[in-house]
Design a protein around this ligand. Structure first.
Ligand SMILES: [Zn+2]
Ligand SMILES: [Zn+2]
Ligand SMILES: [Zn+2]
Length: 202
């Protein structure tokens, strides 16, 4: 009876089974090439004048650098509003024309609390115990180390650090899988996207 997606444990967790659902729930899109000097409140006002069902905007941060990116997430009140925006492909807020792309929500990462490895749960883990702070062979509660070493990338941060190189490349792999499943689920003519290449020249 327990066949809900969140009870699918193990190495073969199928991420793509619930990713399209979460996209539908958020009704968001992403604007590209939004200069950091652009005021978000003003931009929201301008966008709402065009699409009054837009509820909020958020600048997307780069987790690794903890810095804002030229990407802005646009939250739509309804699915039809989101689809309208995706269909027009470019949002013209004079003097700008921002390319519109699909929003892919942040990927939930499973981290094993036994070995700190990504993508499996501790109860399936046959690896050696590793400390999430120093990567030594003990639990975090017993840790006496004064140095911090990530067991996944060797960097000087805890295994839980959102900007960890190993974590980010793992997310990229998941996202590309997610994205290809989204693309193959939608109609095939979404392939050519000339707006991508016309990045604003500075
Ligand atoms: Zn493990
Ligand atoms: Zn330790
Ligand atoms: Zn790391």
């Amino acid at each position: 009876m327990n066949n809900m997606p969140q009870f699918l444990f193990g190495n073969d967790v199928n991420y793509s089974t619930y990713s399209p659902r979460s996209i539908n729930k958020t009704f968001s899109i992403v604007l590209k090439n939004v200069d950091g000097t652009i005021d978000e409140k003003e931009l929201l006002n301008d966008i709402q004048a065009i699409e009054n069902e837009v509820t909020a905007i958020h600048r997307i941060k780069n987790a690794a650098l903890d810095k804002p990116t030229p990407l802005v997430r646009i939250d739509c009140g309804t699915e039809t509003c989101r689809d309208r925006l995706l269909a027009i492909r470019k949002l013209v807020v004079s003097p700008f024309a921002f390319p519109i792309v699909e929003y892919i929500p942040p990927t939930k990462i499973i981290r094993c609390y036994k070995c700190q490895g990504l993508g499996h749960y501790a109860h399936n883990c046959l690896n050696q115990l590793k400390c999430s702070k120093c990567s030594g062979p003990h639990s975090i509660e017993k840790c006496v180390s004064t140095t911090v070493t990530c067991s996944n990338c060797g960097g000087d941060h805890r295994a839980s650090y959102p900007g960890c190189k190993a974590r980010l490349s793992y997310i990229n792999v998941l996202k590309s899988k997610q994205f290809s499943s989204v693309v193959s689920n939608t109609s095939q003519q979404q392939r050519q996207q000339p707006t991508y290449s016309t990045a604003a020249s500075h």
